[in-house]
Ligand binder design. Structure first.
Ligand code: SF4
Length: 440
């Protein structure tokens, strides 16, 4: 009888959200979480394949657990998430120790499937891409003590950017029922969560006809009204779905945080066309200018890729130029890598690895200067911090500003989950440091 479980989570916030759902489901069925996979009766590996590196990491961890299972044959070993969806049944052949391969859209049937594995040691593959039944919400105190949480409002993506594997493994866009979302938000708030991030691969294309037309903008309004919700955030947005109406929400929803993650990916129109991103550099610059007009204190972060097939030096210079113009608060930057089954995989003029590395280094060097400068500009300023806990490094308290910057600070009041005013003394590369004000 399976008693304990361990979940290894890799990849994006959506995977973290899925792992939280799996953990709640296990606890609801009487299982206990353990900190080490070796101490578990059930190990689930929640995987990511957005680039070659995370896919390798998932396979090597699976290899390690398969070897361990030879010494613990009763262990149930499962692989879930995007690698499970991409490779499906072939993984059972490659890894004879594997009992379960389950895609992201099948997670709501996890207990039924585990029942089958537990009772007659079946090996199961569940990778349908059609939308599954709604997931039962079992909070059961799971979020107590947590100040912030994710809440998925939709899944899948219809964009098929030419380099991206996500639409192939996460399926078509499905927006959840607004009632279900509002219920889950209320449940999180009732457990003490004060900062909620709405999730979707393409969160701002949320749309649902249910007792009227629900757009992302109207959903934000409703969630923003919830009693006890201090901070509302969302990710990941697509520039093509960033309407003027949505931009206006940053000016009229008081608890909507002044932070937007808006991937631009490249600064050259020729490359943006090859990527099938659906906007131009001019349009992207127009959007960021409108955001700063509506909310001057807004922090804009983004994703950028170097070395897309055919990317010339001139194209790359246009990427650097866009970064200088927008001045992002921070950037997630990556080297292009082929993903099997994508359009870009078949494109000619691949950029060699050393050149990709050189471009990435140049770009990251530029962005570090911008991030550092923007953090230095906050020295001597007061910011409001939602206290999340104690910094592991220096025992100072730690938390985030509304614009999602990490602040480590000294304070006489060690309470978590409260809002305090902090005077910033040092703007560092990836965080801010300061002292809580007496009457903080
Ligand atoms: S919008 Fe593009 S990059 Fe983002 S998940 Fe969809 S296909 Fe991938």
């Amino acid at each position: 009888m399976t008693k304990t479980f361990y979940i290894k989570t890799m990849g994006c916030q959506m995977n973290e959200y899925d792992s939280d759902f799996l953990a709640q489901s296990m606890i609801h069925h009487g299982l206990f979480p353990v900190d080490e996979p070796e101490d578990a009766d059930l190990v689930l590996i929640n995987t990511c394949i957005v680039r070659a590196k995370p896919e390798q990491k998932a396979l090597s961890f699976l290899g390690r657990m398969s070897a361990f299972k030879k010494r613990k044959p009763g262990l149930i070993l499962g692989l879930v998430g995007c690698l499970a969806q991409k490779d499906g049944a072939s993984l059972l052949k490659r890894f004879p120790q594997l009992d379960l391969v389950m895609g992201p859209r099948e997670l709501s049937s996890i207990q039924e499937v585990l029942g089958r594995i537990d009772s007659d040691r079946q090996r199961v593959v569940a990778t349908r891409l059609e939308p599954g039944p709604p997931r039962p919400i079992h909070t059961l105190g799971y979020f107590e003590g947590r100040i912030k949480a994710h809440l998925s409002i939709m899944e899948g993506c219809n964009n098929f950017c030419s380099y991206c594997i996500v639409p192939h493994v996460r399926g078509r866009e499905v927006s959840r029922s607004p009632d279900e979302i509002l219920d889950e938000a209320r449940a999180l708030i009732s457990e003490g969560v004060r900062d909620i991030t709405l999730l979707g691969q393409n969160v701002n294309s949320y749309f649902r006809e249910e007792g009227g037309r629900w757009t992302f903008s109207s959903l934000l309004r409703e969630i923003g009204k919830l009693e006890g919700l201090w901070r509302l955030r969302f990710t990941t947005s697509h520039p093509k779905d960033l309407s003027d109406e949505l931009i206006r929400r940053f000016g009229d929803i008081s608890n909507l945080c002044p932070h937007l993650h808006l991937p631009f990916q490249a600064g050259s129109n020729r490359i943006l066309k090859g990527m099938k991103r659906g906007y131009t550099r001019e349009r992207y610059l127009e959007l960021t200018a409108k955001l700063k007009e509506v909310r001057p204190d807004i922090s804009i972060t983004s994703d950028v890729m170097v070395g897309f097939p055919g990317e010339s030096r001139a194209d790359f210079e246009l990427t650097l130029d866009l970064i200088r113009q927008v001045e992002f608060d921070s950037l997630f930057s990556f080297k292009y890598s082929d993903r099997k089954g994508t359009l870009a995989e078949k494109m000619p003029e691949k950029i060699d690895e050393p050149e990709k590395t050189a471009r990435l280094n140049t770009l990251q060097h530029l962005q570090r200067q911008i991030t550092f400068k923007k953090n230095r500009e906050l020295e001597g300023k007061q910011v409001e911090v939602l206290v999340e806990g104690q910094s592991k490094k220096n025992k100072m308290l730690t938390g985030r500003t509304p614009s999602n910057k990490i602040v480590n600070f000294t304070s006489n009041n060690g309470k978590f989950g409260i809002l305090v005013k902090v005077l910033i003394k040092d703007g560092l590369l990836n965080s801010l440091r300061g002292d809580a004000l007496k009457n903080g």
